[in-house]
Write a new protein. Structure first.
Length: 255
């Protein structure tokens, strides 16, 4: 048994020194990204980003302002997508909002929120941050590839819908052009066969027909009898006309 007080005090000092180093080194075990994210969420204005009511999720309410004003205070960029990729590398999951709200305006506003969760990223528990480990590159890359595949599938669906719309519009235009061509062909054929002319031609034809009818009526009336006199021919007066008729009747009797 060592009864030397000097040695005992030395051993106790070494133990305390090692414990102190271990406690100081505990924060060094936490990745700098997690330290900054923890500080950022706790100090962010609640209208931009805050913890959920149960403290298991942090909610980014205004991604644009969060990216332009908050992220540059802690990181050397202002890219929200890069921040999300880093969260994915550490195993954070995006949480969908499945709550039902009667207020449609509030529901539309919350539909733009981004919610992230990790089992060891909890409000008031910074001691759990050291348990968050960066996932392997393969897992992270797989998650990112899956997200890209989903986005490509959505784009393909949209392109397919747009292609169907273009095909339908093209068919409609071709039908209209064919109808217009048929109308033009019928109009040209009708003009060659003497179909009803244009308004101007109808007006001129009507005027010509009126003149012809007037002339026919003037020719169909009984002509005024003429009396021969030396050097002149002039119409008989009405009274003389009756006398001429009676004289002609007498002449026929004489024969």
């Amino acid at each position: 048994i060592n009864h030397n007080p000097t040695m005992n005090s030395y051993s106790a000092a070494n133990a305390n020194k090692k414990a102190s180093k271990k406690s100081k080194g505990g924060k060094k075990d936490i990745p700098i990204f997690l330290q900054k994210t923890w500080s950022m969420i706790n100090n962010c204005p609640p209208d931009i980003c805050e913890w959920s009511d149960d403290g298991t999720t942090f909610i980014v309410k205004d991604p644009d302002t969060f990216a332009s004003k908050i992220i540059p205070r802690y990181f050397k960029h202002n890219n929200f997508s890069s921040f999300v990729r880093q969260l994915n590398f550490y195993g954070f999951r995006k949480v969908k909002n499945e709550s039902i709200r009667i207020d449609t305006a509030a529901a539309d506003e919350e539909s733009n929120y981004w919610r992230f969760r990790h089992e060891n990223f909890l409000r008031g528990r910074p001691d759990l941050l050291r348990d968050i480990k960066k996932t392997s590159h393969q897992v992270a890359e797989k998650a990112e590839v899956d997200a890209l595949k989903k986005e490509v599938q959505e784009l393909r669906a949209r392109l397919s819908s747009m292609s169907s719309d273009v095909t339908r519009l093209t068919s409609l235009v071709e039908t209209l052009m064919m109808q217009n061509g048929n109308i033009a062909t019928m109009a040209a054929s009708g003009s060659a066969r003497g179909n009803p002319p244009t308004k101007r031609r109808r007006l001129s034809s009507n005027s010509l027909a009126a003149n012809i009818n007037a002339e026919s009526r003037s020719r169909s009336t009984t002509p005024t009898p003429l009396e021969y006199q030396p050097g002149t021919i002039k119409p008989l007066a009405p009274r003389d006309r009756q006398r001429s008729i009676s004289l002609a009747s007498l002449g026929s009797l004489d024969q």
